[in-house]
Design a protein around this ligand. Structure first.
Ligand code: NDP
Length: 273
């Protein structure tokens, strides 16, 4: 019997309604350097979510050739603008810019993506109020579906700073036993087969196939890939036959990332008051 598809769109809509119900004045500022088409799609999703929850939104565009000093000056301006609750610098940045300099320049209390090293440290030690949106969205999905995490063996494939690594730490904080896999993992299939909760955050279409998934596992697919003109995840969807629960792509983790960003704006507002 096929597993249950976790409806990320539905949970995200509930979260947006909860955020809206708080009736807070927030403003999200997004900085885009260049005009990467995928970034523009993601920014539009964030703008739409802001409109839906009643937040102001403003996009600050800089040309692809913008100097580090221009980006820094814009961040300083937004850091000092009391009307701005949250600042997000859309990634990827052009290669000539220094990512660490950008992230450490953000006012940590406005860092709604939770990328400033101060917030990363707080999140790692379990003291963070602001948590990175995609991993926090995954944990929320599991909790809202009533899926037990404590005592489970979670396998996270991918160890990036924005998804894999923080999600592994959050699962650990929820008392899962956690394995992290990456491009140098020797036997990925063997590791994945041990997972009660399997997370794929890699960026390779259908990397995870049915033979790599244990019967009745919970499968969270973070990947967003384009294949043959269609969006697909890192997990072959036929895995649903073996899984107890599985997130679809699109419509799983993606909407939760944006909904969590809205929650983070509220948290940032509270930190600033
Ligand atoms: P990165 O490219 O930063 O990281 C990919 C990770 O996958 C790395 O740790 C890499 O290992 C690992 N990896 C690469 N190849 C393999 C392999 N063959 N076997 C096992 N591990 C491998 O990607 P991100 O973490 O930023 O994103 C991952 C995916 O999630 C992408 O598809 C992205 O589009 C999507 N995403 C979706 C979001 C959403 O809201 N739904 C938000 C953010 C990302 P190593 O470290 O050794 O190089």
């Amino acid at each position: 019997m096929a597993g249950k598809i976790i409806d990320g769109k539905k949970h995200a809509a509930t979260i947006r309604a909860e955020v809206k119900a708080q009736g807070k004045d927030c403003k999200l500022a997004v900085i885009l350097v260049g005009d990467d088409p995928a970034s523009i799609v993601y920014i539009n999703m964030k703008k739409k979510a802001c409109e839906e929850v009643g937040f102001d939104f403003e996009l600050f565009k800089l040309p692809e050739t913008a100097a580090q000093s221009e980006v820094n000056a814009l961040i300083d301006k937004l850091n000092n603008d009391d009307k701005i609750t949250g600042i997000l610098v859309q990634q990827p940045f052009p290669a000539h810019l220094n990512k660490n300099e950008i992230l450490t320049r953000l006012n940590p209390k406005k860092d709604v993506d939770c990328l400033h090293p101060y917030n990363v440290g707080l999140a790692m030690s379990g003291q963070g109020s602001l948590l990175p949106c995609t991993p926090a969205g995954c944990i929320t999905l599991l909790k809202r579906e009533g899926i037990e995490i404590a005592g489970k063996h979670a396998v996270v494939v991918g160890r990036s700073d924005i998804v894999g690594k923080p999600l592994a730490l959050m699962l650990l904080a929820e008392n899962a036993t956690v394995t992290i896999c990456h491009s140098r993992t020797k036997n990925l299939a063997e590791e994945c087969l041990r997972a009660d909760i399997l997370v794929a955050a890699v960026g390779i279409p259908k990397l995870i196939t049915a033979d790599m998934v244990k019967e009745n596992a919970v499968v969270i697919d973070v990947g967003v890939n384009r294949q043959g003109g269609k969006v697909c995840g890192d997990v072959d969807f036929v895995v649903l036959v073996k899984a107890l629960y599985m997130t679809p792509v699109p419509g799983g983790v993606g909407p939760m990332t944006v909904a969590t960003l809205m929650e983070n704006c509220l948290k940032a507002k509270a930190l600033q008051s």
